[in-house]
Design a protein around this ligand. Sequence first.
Ligand code: NDP
Length: 264
Amino acid sequence: MTEWFEWRDAPASARFAVLGDPISHSLSPDIHGAAIGSNGEYVALRVPAGELDSAIRLLQELGYIGVNITVPLKVEALQLCRVLDPVATRVGAVNTITLGTRSGANTDVAGFVASLNGRSIQSALILGSGGSARAVAVGLDSLGPRLACWARSGSDAVDRLARETATAVESVTSLRDIRLYDLVVNCTSASMQGASLPVEWEGANPDALAYDLFYGPSKFLEGAATHGLSTMDGKEMLILQAAVAFEIWHGRQAPLDAMRRALA
Ligand code: NDP
């Protein structure tokens, strides 16, 4: 459990923070603390939905330099930025703000793409249609595979994702034909809830990768591993999106080894 503060009690000695609600589970203070080389300069602050503007104003007064944004504030953050990078605009969510200029970026896209480490993908299935699914769709779109998406709320949610992120994503309503894909990415919060998804792994392509953005073991990855697929959780993406945020704020290459060691 990470040490965290209510945003009104933000320590004046810190310069960076991750903002969200809940925030006690966040690993960002560990990763950024290791990258900066000092604990206490990057802290976790609980900011309920609707309070982000006030929190950011206080942090600016205290001299904070940058903040990461997590659930449920990424869309609210987009609306509060004066300058947006084109990726954040396309995804419709901001996860990194530089406070001096109120510039917003979305580093989840670059973090996700880098985490695939050049893997060749012809056909990918995205599960979910929320913020991370939008980031993954934009990231995969830049790599060129055929894209399909399943959402429990149905094809309207997928059509909206496709339209708003300008990606060619086909909507699928059943998870029976998993053999069609060489990448299946779980972008739902099912794993966070300890819940299962109705994926039928039987007959899946054994060379496929099952990727869960959640960091830690999950029923989704257990099911895939049982059927012989390679698996990956969300830790590497988390580290790589933090590395891009670090580079925006500090203007130098992120010390990836130290950041990975922080989560080992
Ligand atoms: P959102 O709340 O924006 O979206 C969640 C999505 O999951 C929605 O489509 C929702 O459907 C769906 N969903 C929720 N519960 C279930 C369920 N039981 N079965 C099927 N679908 C479900 O969340 P995010 O996209 O921001 O985050 C999703 C996951 O990704 C979280 O586990 C988060 O920790 C992880 N994540 C990891 C990152 C990393 O760097 N590794 C970065 C960002 C996120 P509906 O709309 O119908 O409610």
